[in-house]
Design a protein around this ligand. Structure first.
Ligand SMILES: Cc1cc2nc3c(=O)[nH]c(=O)nc-3n(C[C@H](O)[C@H](O)[C@H](O)COP(=O)(O)OP(=O)(O)OC[C@H]3O[C@@H](n4cnc5c(N)ncnc54)[C@H](O)[C@@H]3O)c2cc1C
Length: 132
């Protein structure tokens, strides 16, 4: 209870619960998309999806745990609830399998490659203007 009302009735907490639910479900759907692509197309074809979940899932986890710690106030950073320890583990996941930056670079390169390939195709198909 804070300011005479249970935390679960405070609009800021409702906002955060909603934010956490949206973030968790977004990450889950991206994981399912990656797993589906790995199953149906193979790991090589699913490179972008794999890199995306390596960034999205640990970042989501850090954000949700951060919100939970904040909701618990000072107790959130003690050993009583395990949230601080969970945050430390989640934070390590943004480094363990390669830092976020490396995965983001890979995602961006794969994204830009699509447009380079499309542009190269258009250039081949474009009618050649006779310079003479
Ligand atoms: C708990 C834990 C478990 C681990 N387990 C394993 C394991 O089982 N097997 C294994 O092989 N390794 C493992 N590692 C090592 C892990 O893969 C490396 O820590 C990680 O790749 C980062 O390398 P680094 O620590 O040398 O940091 P650096 O490469 O020095 O990077 C430091 C920082 O520089 C930035 N950076 C680095 N590269 C780039 C880039 N290309 N573009 C932009 N910014 C960049 C990032 O912010 C990064 O966090 C583990 C690490 C931890 C912490």
């Amino acid at each position: 209870v804070a300011f005479g009302k249970p935390l679960s009735e405070q609009s800021v907490m409702l906002e955060r619960v909603a934010e956490a639910r949206i973030a968790i479900d977004q990450a889950r759907l991206l994981v399912l998309k990656a797993a589906d692509a790995m199953d149906k197309l193979g790991n090589k074809a699913a490179l972008a999806e794999i890199a995306m979940i390596k960034v999205a899932a640990p970042n989501m986890l850090c954000r949700v745990l951060d919100l939970a710690i904040q909701a618990h106030g000072g107790a959130g950073v003690t050993e009583d609830f395990g949230l601080a320890a969970a945050y430390a583990s989640a934070r390590a996941l943004r480094i363990v399998d390669g830092p976020d930056e490396v995965h983001r670079n890979q995602i961006a390169k794969l994204e830009l490659r699509k447009y380079r390939v499309a542009e190269a195709k258009r250039a081949v198909e474009r009618p050649q203007v006779n310079a003479a």
